[in-house]
Design a protein around this ligand. Structure first.
Ligand code: SAJ
Length: 430
């Protein structure tokens, strides 16, 4: 690209993707205008504060806001590139909800000028990038917007580049991961590639927008299906009285086998959501993907049933639940199977009229979210108090839990959903 082709970029949505992206774009010397509907987010960022936990992000936000390279505001203004990075949850019936994407499109429409590039980063169902182009077309009749078989050089270029970064390593992965850029038309894909090449060191691969959309859904469905396989194996092993963790370790010595890890369910806002974007469009035609979703989403209740069975057969007075985040070493509790388990367990114990104490151990948070404040039944405690419980339930394999000496775990009454506190994992006792 020519050095100054993209001098400014509006990023719609300053959340888990938009905010770290604003930093890597700013680092490439591009002025970033970050836009969010949440006033508190805008004022925090304007003051140089970072509202989310991600290594390296707070320092970078403070630096670029102070230097004026990143500004946060409530409304977009004219720029060279407009990036949409807002959430796409699903509505009832697991249908994707595009209302945030539509609202962001409506917000940028008045600011668009001939030659602009609109990039959709949000995860979206197949066909949605073309839908964005049609919304723009309807709102700006004075501009020729990209169409699937439209003019070679439209006034407004529209493409999709799905994010594929892992929380905890965002600033690194946003730059180093290969990117797939799908244009509504070939010129849009080319423009998208030039833009991403200005801050990405990985490969920027171009395709059409539908393929890029399905590519993202494929990546997360692939992982979901493979985790479902591991979860099913865990059940199979339980019936055969076999240690699933040892079994997987042995099977993975095969050069072409790589079984993932079973667990208490699949959390986060992507893997547990994106496969539905395929299933809700195709139903029966995507039955393996659908079955995997059912297997994984049924896991939390399976764990609760196990805990209740233990409670019924022993004199448990207190339960220590280790971990609430959706995966290890982060503070993110959204769509977390561990949090779902704790909530459901509290509900079931309440229904049984039990006064068993639930002790929650989550070193990455300082207070419980309102959804987990179930009367006085739940308490956030430190690991020592947790270990003192009659039953230990390992839900998230945070490093902080892995480093608890085996001598403090051994001999306790344990339900281990992560394979870190089994006899085999703890190793031989001295
Ligand atoms: N999990 C298991 N067993 C495993 C691996 C994961 O039970 O072997 C569980 C985790 O505990 C967690 C959930 O799956 O609850 C999801 O965790 P994850 O680390 O697999 O993925 P996410 O949701 O943090 O990020 C995924 C990534 N996608 C893929 O790996 C294909 C990431 O690259 C995407 O950018 C992200 O989704 C996204 O935003 O779509």
């Amino acid at each position: 690209m020519t050095q100054n082709q993209f001098a400014s970029c509006v990023i719609m949505g300053l959340g888990y993707i938009g905010l770290p992206t604003s930093v890597v774009v700013a680092r490439a010397g591009i002025d970033v205008i970050g836009v969010d509907v949440n006033e508190r987010t805008v004022s925090a960022i304007s003051a140089g504060r970072c509202p989310i936990e991600e290594p390296g992000l707070p320092e970078a936000i403070a630096e670029f806001v102070a230097g004026g390279r990143i500004v946060a505001q409530a409304q977009p203004r004219p720029a060279d590139v407009f990036m949409i990075a807002v959430p796409t949850p699903f509505t009832g019936g697991y249908k994707p909800d595009l209302s945030y994407v539509e609202a962001a499109t409506r917000a940028i429409a008045p600011a668009l000028r001939k030659g602009n590039l609109v990039m959709v980063e949000s995860t979206i169902p197949v066909g949605a990038t073309e839908q964005v182009a049609r919304w723009i077309e309807a709102l700006r009749r004075d501009l020729r917007c990209a169409q699937r078989n439209g003019p070679e050089e439209p006034d407004i270029l529209v493409a999709h580049c799905p994010e594929r970064v892992l929380p905890g390593q965002m600033l690194k992965e946003l730059v180093e991961n290969d990117r797939v850029i799908g244009g509504v038309c070939p010129a849009s894909a080319e423009a998208g590639k030039r833009f991403y090449e200005s801050f990405v060191s990985g490969k920027c691969l171009i395709t059409d927008s539908r393929t890029a959309e399905l590519c993202k859904l494929t990546e997360n469905s692939f992982r979901d299906v493979n985790i479902a396989f591991a979860n099913e194996l865990a059940d199979v092993c339980e019936d055969f009285d076999i240690d699933v963790w040892r079994l997987i370790e042995l099977a993975n010595h095969h050069p072409r086998v790589s079984v993932l890890k079973p667990g208490p369910g699949v959390g986060g806002h992507c893997i547990a959501v994106d496969p539905w974007f395929i299933v809700s469009a195709l139903g029966e035609r995507a039955r393996l993907i659908r079955e995997a979703r059912w297997i994984n989403s049924g896991r939390p209740r399976q764990v609760v049933r196990k805990v209740l069975a233990q409670v019924a057969s022993s004199g448990v007075r207190s339960i220590g639940c280790f971990g609430l985040a959706y995966k290890p070493n982060i503070d993110d509790l959204r769509e977390s199977p561990a949090a779902e388990i704790v909530q459901y367990l509290a509900h079931e114990l309440h229904m049984l009229g039990s006064d068993i104490e639930l002790r929650l151990i989550e070193p990455h948070i300082t207070e419980l979210p309102p959804s987990l404040e179930h009367g006085n039944r739940m308490k956030l405690v430190d690991p020592d108090q947790g270990l003192d419980s009659d039953l230990l339930v390992m839900l998230v394999d945070h490093d902080a839990f892995r480093s608890i000496p085996a001598s403090e775990i051994r001999g306790k009454n344990i339900i281990d959903t992560r394979g870190v506190w089994s006899e085999a994992a703890l190793g031989p006792s001295n």
